[in-house]
Design a protein around this ligand. Structure first.
Ligand code: PGA
Length: 262
């Protein structure tokens, strides 16, 4: 049984005061709405400066605090970077790896992602590997090849034990921050395709246990449909995660619908 995993990606947003307010509101609103956090895993991936305060606010609340990037070395002469050892020391539970914005603006490669996944798992941090095609690749029909290439390189040398701890987020670039969501059918087709690429390498039993998320303009009004799809186990939410009310509505999707639509 794959447990639904809903992740907020704040990107480069919020000042300290806003993040504290958000954290407190989130705890209160999830409680008020009676959201059962045993049925769904929730993580908020934030800029490093917000982590300490949120760890305190979420203590004993079953809400994880995550990072949006990390280095693969544990320490050393890497000015401006943060290491997996530093994140696990703070109790950070997950880390987004290879987000398309990092690939696009900071030259993050799939080779580096493979090293980061290994380092994250070693530090007991759940890696969330992002893969997805550009609009060009979608329109030219090469989108499956593009996603398969990214996946294969990012999972190079990743063992069975490591892939079982890794989450894959399928995020088509043309749907990120554009308000244009992939149809639930397109998203499910690609989640199933990602699972089949994992199955080719690790076998079906293992692939069936891997959590696969969809990301790209997820909102309160499309969460139910997305979460009802057979191969989608969670979502990675950017813009709509910045408003507590919207994010609570997303977390509060009806868990009974999971996997009902082929
Ligand atoms: P979006 O971002 O929800 O604003 O489209 C998703 C993401 O970049 O992870």
């Amino acid at each position: 049984m794959r447990k639904p995993f809903i992740v907020a990606n704040w990107k480069m947003n919020m000042l300290v005061e806003d993040s504290v307010q958000y954290g407190e509101d989130l705890v209160e609103k999830l409680k008020r709405e009676n959201v059962d956090l045993k049925k769904v895993d929730v993580a908020i991936c934030v800029p490093y400066i917000h982590m300490a305060a949120l760890k305190v606010i979420f203590v004993l609340r079953n809400i994880c605090v995550g990072a949006q990037n990390m280095h693969y070395e544990q320490s050393g002469a890497y000015t401006g970077e943060i290491s997996p050892a530093m994140l696990s020391d703070m109790g950070i539970e997950c880390c987004i790896i290879g987000h398309s914005e990092r690939r696009q603006h900071f030259n993050e490669t799939s080779e580096a992602c493979a090293k980061k996944i290994k380092a994250a798992v070693m530090g007991n941090i759940r890696p969330i590997l992002c893969v997805g095609e550009t609009l060009n690749e979608r329109e030219s029909g090469r989108y499956k090849d593009a996603v398969a290439d990214m996946l294969k390189t990012s999972l190079e040398n990743i063992t069975e034990a490591e892939i079982l701890k890794t989450v894959i987020a399928y995020e088509p670039l043309w749907a990120i921050g554009t308000g244009k969501t992939a149809t639930s059918k397109q998203a499910n087709e690609m989640a199933a395709f990602v699972r089949s690429v994992i199955a080719e390498k690790y076998g079906k039993d293992i692939a069936d246990q891997v959590i696969i998320q969809y990301g790209g303009s997820v909102k309160p009004d499309n969460i139910k449909e997305i979460m009802s799809m057979s191969d989608i186990d969670g979502v990675l939410v950017g813009g709509a995660s910045l408003k507590v009310d919207d994010f609570v509505k997303i977390v509060n999707f009806d868990p009974e619908i999971v996997g009902k639509t082929e």
